[in-house]
Design a protein. Structure first.
Length: 290
């Protein structure tokens, strides 16, 4: 007699896990997600991105919900189940401290982003650099340069500063070309916030994410699982970065990508192949999801 079906809930990080270099999603990952859902499993995004940064090709894959903003929000379908916000006073305090050290920032609400004055120009420099590298790769491979492909996924578009409502922010992302400035600003926060460093790859400098204490992917995943009536032992978390640590802790099976840093891999139960070597598909096959 065949064993009863075991429904699993899978939580997928985006950058470095589902999507490479901020714009390429391996076709094998798309096929794997859709096949797992067709088999009756639930597949969620679990990302530091807000909903605005997921629109288009990412959401078009089809998911059962999402943990976004590093755990600030958790949704099932179109229903927001979890909302953990920084609070007006905390946002203003962060702005003051970061500005004092010349650290660039942007705040994420559920579906909007608001940046410090100089950040858009800095981000544009990175985009221009990446565009040139993309064009060089295309020409070297004999392919035509496809601007639509380059801009189709993962671009950051900031909202007008005067529309920012601090009370709606769940997370801050910080960037600077001066690592010492970031370190000094974070030191002055004195443990009043949860800070994860190095979450955005930069050519120089450092980056990080700032949330309220206790807000992380793992805490929100537990609340979504409780809402769904699914045992955490039946959850699978797949990621590649330090902000996936709490997700790894709460999921019955934790899987690090082959392209993750060795320290992140050491936190996981399994290590799959790299993102560009069918990492997600291989993890799904290994764990009986497809």
């Amino acid at each position: 007699m065949p064993s009863p079906f075991r429904r699993r809930a899978v939580f997928l990080d985006v950058d470095g896990t589902l999507m490479q270099d901020g714009r390429h999603i391996p076709p094998s990952a798309i096929t794997a997600v859709r096949a797992a859902r067709a088999a009756g499993h639930l597949v969620f995004l679990s990302t530091g991105r807000g909903m605005k940064e997921l629109e288009g090709p990412i959401l078009d894959i089809g998911f059962d919900g999402a943990v976004t903003n590093g755990g600030g929000f958790g949704s099932i379908g179109d229903d927001v189940i979890v909302a953990e916000l920084l609070g007006h006073d905390s946002v203003r305090h962060l702005e003051e401290r970061l500005d004092a050290h010349g650290v660039h920032w942007y705040f994420q609400t559920y579906d909007r982003m608001f940046a410090s004055a100089e950040l858009p120009a800095l981000m544009q420099r990175y985009v221009d650099r990446d565009r040139r590298a993309h064009e060089d790769r295309m020409r070297a491979s004999g392919r035509d340069v496809d601007e639509e492909e380059f801009f189709s996924v993962g671009m950051k578009i900031f909202d007008a500063a005067h529309e920012f409502v601090p009370a709606e922010a769940a997370k801050a992302v910080i960037l600077s070309e001066d690592p010492a400035a970031v370190a000094a600003a974070v030191a002055e926060l004195d443990g009043a916030f949860a800070v994860v460093g190095g979450t955005i790859p930069l050519p120089v400098g450092s980056s990080g994410e700032i949330s309220a204490v206790g807000v992380n992917k793992g805490a929100t995943i537990l609340r979504l699982l409780a809402h769904l009536g699914i045992d955490p032992a039946d959850a699978i978390g797949i990621g590649d970065n330090w902000n996936d640590a709490e997700m790894f802790e709460v999921c019955g099976v934790s899987i690090a990508m082959g392209n993750a840093a060795p320290g992140v891999q050491s936190l996981a139960d399994q290590v799959t192949s790299a993102i560009d070597d069918d990492g997600i598909r291989n993890a799904f096959v290994r764990n009986g999801l497809i």
